[in-house]
Design a protein around this ligand. Structure first.
Ligand SMILES: [Mn+2]
Length: 258
């Protein structure tokens, strides 16, 4: 097959094996490699999208773990970052003009703690830090948070769709013109994707997530995304499912260019 060269390629995959504040199961440092390795097993054709997403041109960059460097990345290609722990979303998001930009946050956890284990910057606080400079946050799939986070949600009008409130049309309605998507893989039910740092029962199914993403790519301008918190084990299902999700993101982006 003929693959596009770098100049023609429209999608960048950036491995970010950053792991500093993981508290439960460790191993997100191995997430990016596991996803890339599993991606070799994917069919290139996406039967649902009726397309071959790789044709958009995909370049995998060298890993970056310096959060300051992430903030300085400049590219007009569509960048998908692979974590690593959720903290990486903060610098990745700061790359963009925050005007008319919503953050779509898929996660089991609200990640709105003001500090966690004495740290202001950690996977459990990432959305709180983002709320300091972007007030358009929509959270989906949430099913674990503390009372203080719930108060913060109400007080600051964070659009929160708890897992039982999953409604694609209502979710998309909350989003501004431009959208950055951050997917913590623990948004999925552990039966779908068990290998995450902090698994949480009663999660979303694969199809629910991809149907939501489909609608978002169709109705809004997605500026970038990250997929975080894979904690690979010897079982391959989680890595493969994460790779499938990333390939779906590439397919949806590529379709949005038509
Ligand atoms: Mn989470």
């Amino acid at each position: 097959m003929n693959l596009p060269n770098f100049a023609e390629s429209k999608v960048l995959i950036l491995p970010v094996p950053y792991e500093h504040t993981t508290t439960y199961k460790k191993g997100t440092i191995n997430g990016p490699n596991a996803i890339i390795k599993a991606s070799n097993e994917l069919e290139l054709y996406d039967y649902e999208l009726k397309s071959e997403p790789y044709k958009v041109g995909i370049v995998t960059l060298k890993p970056i773990i310096d959060l300051k460097k992430l903030e300085l990345i400049k590219t007009n290609k569509f960048l998908i970052a692979l974590g690593g722990e959720h903290t990486i979303t903060l610098p990745l998001l700061k790359r963009f003009d925050q005007q008319d930009l919503s953050v779509l946050h898929l996660d089991a956890h609200a990640d709105l703690k003001d500090s966690f284990e004495g740290k202001k910057l950690s996977h459990a606080c990432v959305m709180r830090r983002i709320s300091d400079f972007n007030d358009s946050i929509t959270q989906v799939g949430i099913r674990s948070l503390d009372k203080e986070e719930l108060t913060f949600i109400k007080r600051n009008k964070i659009n929160t769709f708890f897992v039982d409130d999953f409604d694609i049309k209502k979710i998309v309605k909350t989003l501004k013109k431009n959208v950055y998507i951050t997917i913590d893989l623990d948004v999925f039910d552990p039966s779908v994707l068990p290998d995450v740092g902090t698994p949480e029962p009663n999660g979303l199914q694969f199809k629910q997530v991809t149907d939501l993403l489909k609608e978002v790519f169709e109705k809004r301008n997605v500026v970038g995304c990250d997929v975080v918190e894979l904690c690979p084990s010897s079982q391959i299902v989680s890595s493969y499912t994460a790779a499938k999700l990333v390939y779906k993101l590439i397919g949806l982006y590529s379709k949005s260019l038509d």
